[in-house]
Design a protein around this ligand. Structure first.
Ligand code: GLC
Length: 419
């Protein structure tokens, strides 16, 4: 391994044994010790992290964790983390709960440390999640939570109409157009505000139609295709024809969850956290779950979730490794599901009979995660996503056709990836 030679074999091996991670070039700035930590994360929508960390803090008073909750929106969280990490040794964050699509950027920028695979139970995780934590064959984060888009629907209404959950776009469109208005509901929504959620929804539509955005290595631009036009065209048609309400163009996850749980929507694309029992919901017990539909049968979900990474500049990297080991341990991963309503990364939990009884959607979720497709892997992913959001929002608001949009998007992505 090249990096071992570069860093000096003996010293590095010692550090790996002591701390469970491989030191980066800026080791001198950081440190390898134990001590208090700050964990930065996007908004904890289900409020479960406080109790989890209180238990850790009680057991590890010298390695107390302070939780910093950043905003709900992935883009704002990204901006605040990037600002902190650019401050180098003056940054506040030791451990970062980073979105799965940020690994290449954070790794390439030298913001987070490469980690020793042996320190973490990677073999116990669902296979696709480990790939999201690696960049150029090295591990830069540890999978913590996974995610896959699902279709939620009003089971009470579809049952009354005697129709099954839609499996194809045509069925979804038809039900959204004809059944929803009879019940005074809007048809279908996802997350269509220009932010990361829109990129996810667009990628799902494009992938479901058989298209891609970037090629495997993240450099070749592949978006100018009939499949991409068809995928983006499906969403644009929904807005134009009104079975996607205009309000959905302002939805992030939470706004769309509220619209569905207030009983205003027949179908919703969202992450499974929406299935957690909620006192706020006016439609409890009346919700069905299905894979996302595609043009001719089940579509493709985008792989979501987050990974735990360690700032290059932390002074307490040994404690950071121990905290990550705690958060990815079996008992805590179980609580991620039962208290956080988030999909755990440990594969065995999806086949745990007790959990499957309590969460009947687990098998559907497991299939969705195992067949989910990652977003483009690029150290410039943030810019790639901004371009996707800006261009596709123009299509959804009717300012451009999907054919014009994919051509413009291809040009913008060329500029970003060739730079
Ligand atoms: C969820 C997903 C994450 C995604 C985000 C988009 O948090 O887990 O991967 O980027 O939603 O809004």
């Amino acid at each position: 391994m090249r990096w071992m030679r570069a860093a000096g074999r003996g010293l590095l091996a010692l550090i790996v044994v002591m701390t469970g991670y491989a030191a980066s070039g800026s080791e001198a700035v950081g440190g390898t010790g134990r001590g208090p930590l700050t964990l930065a994360t996007a908004g904890d929508l289900t409020g479960y992290l406080g109790p989890l960390l209180r238990d850790w803090n009680r057991a590890h008073p010298a390695e107390r964790v302070t939780l910093v909750e950043l905003p709900d929106s992935a883009d704002e969280t990204h901006a605040q983390m990037a600002t902190d990490l650019r401050r180098g040794g003056r940054g506040r964050f030791d451990v970062l709960n980073i979105d799965v699509d940020w690994t290449p950027e954070f790794a390439a920028a030298g913001w987070v440390r490469p980690l020793a695979r042996a320190g973490f139970p990677l073999k116990s995780f669902l296979p696709p999640v480990v790939d999201t934590a690696t960049y150029e064959d090295r591990l830069y984060a540890v999978p913590y939570v996974t995610n896959a888009g699902l279709l939620l629907y009003r089971k009470d209404i579809l049952d009354k109409e005697g129709v099954p959950a839609p499996r194809t776009w045509a069925e979804l469109e038809w039900d959204a157009k004809t059944i929803a208005p009879e019940y005074g509901l809007d048809g279908y929504a996802g997350q269509f505000l220009p932010y990361e959620g829109l990129t996810v929804n667009v990628a799902e539509a494009v992938y479901s139609a058989g298209g891609t955005i970037l090629g495997e290595n993240g450099r070749r631009v592949t978006v100018d295709s009939a499949a991409a036009r068809r995928g983006i065209g499906f969403l644009a048609r929904g807005v134009r024809e009104g079975w996607i309400p205009e309000a959905a163009l302002t939805y992030k996850e939470e706004e769309s969850r509220r619209a569905f749980q207030d009983g205003r929507l027949l179908f919703l694309r969202n992450w499974p956290y929406v299935l957690a029992p909620s006192a706020e919901s006016k439609i409890a017990g009346r919700v069905g779950v299905a894979p996302l539909p595609g043009p001719d049968g089940p579509g493709v979900s985008v792989l979501g979730g987050s990974n735990l990474a360690i700032s290059t500049h932390t002074r307490h990297s040994e404690s950071a490794v121990r905290l990550i080991q705690y958060l990815t341990s079996e008992p805590v991963q179980r609580r991620v599901l039962t208290e956080g309503a988030l999909p755990p990364v440990r594969a065995a939990l999806y086949q745990d009979a007790g959990l499957v009884r309590r969460y009947p959607f687990l098998p559907t979720l497991r299939t969705a995660v195992l067949s989910a497709a990652p977003r483009p892997k690029s150290p410039r992913y943030d810019q790639v996503s901004l371009a996707v959001q800006a261009v596709t929002h123009d299509v959804l608001t009717g300012q451009e056709t999907s054919a014009q949009a994919v051509r413009r998007l291809a040009k913008e992505l060329d500029r970003i990836t060739q730079r």
